[in-house]
Design a protein around this ligand. Structure first.
Ligand code: GDP
Ligand code: ZN
Length: 307
């Protein structure tokens, strides 16, 4: 077989390089290559999705532009919830930070849902209580948060408006993502960590596609050579539809000692006889509110399947 033709063609083609997706914008992606240059890319064909944080192989095309040839295997993948479908939001995240505040009040169920997403992807997670300066007005969240601490989830209290420094050591060595209801202070935290975040975001939006929905895209910021943080505006909760019933129960860490202890090996812990988890709840060994959240998510997961 003559190798002349294929090898001579190879020489004229630009080489494929590695990079990381640092911003997603519709079907366009901003890639930072290994040597630090920025490329605006599209995905070749209609192959799967691309998420912020993805490591990719790219083929440069014209100056400043390229094509994503392949997405490298991910260590984790987080989805955004949507009534009809799941959208990829962040890949290779190692830590999820649930942001709550002294005021306004926050939803415990939202915390539960974020914890399930983190447990499902084997990501570290902690709760960040912001607006510590307003805590004197309302002591209410402390009891709620103490419950999550008792489950083993760390709690860090800060006042992002006044001092962001206590947060920095927790970000070291991680790719973190912030989740939280609006008004909890996520933007304040990002802007305090990355003072030129707003300007960078605007520049990218302009470069990619001037004028169109410039504020709603996901962006990764490098904090130092080992640490980064992903900002996904409007990220309130993570998609759970891909999680099956077994994985769902596993997402509640305090349920784990009871899993596998029920009469039926495929127990859904809903109404089954001799269910170890239901018995534990009756005996007051597990929190009734958390069991109710589990039941609610099970019902919605099963309805989804039937539909
Ligand atoms: P986001 O919707 O989660 O992005 O929340 P923002 O960052 O926009 O913050 C919502 C409001 O809370 C803004 O008015 C902020 O100025 C305020 N805020 C944020 N952090 C603090 C804080 O540590 N203390 C106080 N008192 N207010 C804060
Ligand atoms: Zn059971």
């Amino acid at each position: 077989m003559s190798s002349k033709h294929p090898s001579s063609r190879k020489l004229t083609q630009p080489t494929v390089g590695r990079g990381q997706v640092i911003a997603t914008y519709g079907r366009q992606y901003e890639i930072k290559t290994q040597n630090g240059t920025l490329l605006t890319c599209v995905m070749r064909g209609k192959k799967g999705g691309v998420a912020c944080g993805d490591q990719v192989e790219i083929l440069p095309t014209t100056p400043g532009q390229g094509v994503i040839e392949m997405v490298l295997p991910r260590s984790s993948l987080l989805y955004r919830s949507d009534a009809f479908r799941q959208k990829l939001i962040a890949a290779n995240v190692t830590q999820l930070i649930i942001v709550v505040a002294a005021v306004p009040s926050f939803s415990e169920e939202l915390i539960d849902r974020c914890l399930i997403a983190a447990e499902n992807q084997h990501i570290k997670v902690f709760i960040l209580l912001n607006k510590a300066d307003l805590l004197e007005q309302t002591r209410a969240p402390i009891a709620t948060l103490a419950f999550y601490q008792s489950l083993g989830y760390p709690l860090l209290t800060i006042s992002a408006c006044q001092d962001i420094e206590p947060l920095r050591p927790y970000l070291q060595g991680h790719t973190s993502v912030l989740a939280g209801q609006s008004g909890m202070g996520k933007s304040t935290i990002i802007n305090a960590l990355i003072p030129d975040a707003q300007r960078t975001t605007m520049e990218i939006s302009t470069a990619l596609d001037s004028g169109r929905h410039t504020t709603t895209h996901t962006r990764l910021y490098h904090l130092d050579s080992e640490s980064s943080i992903i900002d996904s505006p409007g990220l309130q909760e993570f998609g759970l539809h891909h999680i099956d019933s077994r994985e769902l129960a596993w997402g509640f860490t305090e349920f784990r000692p009871y899993l596998g202890q029920c009469r039926f090996s495929n127990c859904r812990h809903m109404t089954e006889p001799d269910c170890a988890l239901l018995r534990a709840a009756q005996d007051g060994k597990t929190n009734a509110r958390r069991l109710a959240v589990y039941h609610k998510l099970m019902v919605s997961a099963e309805n989804q399947k039937a539909w």
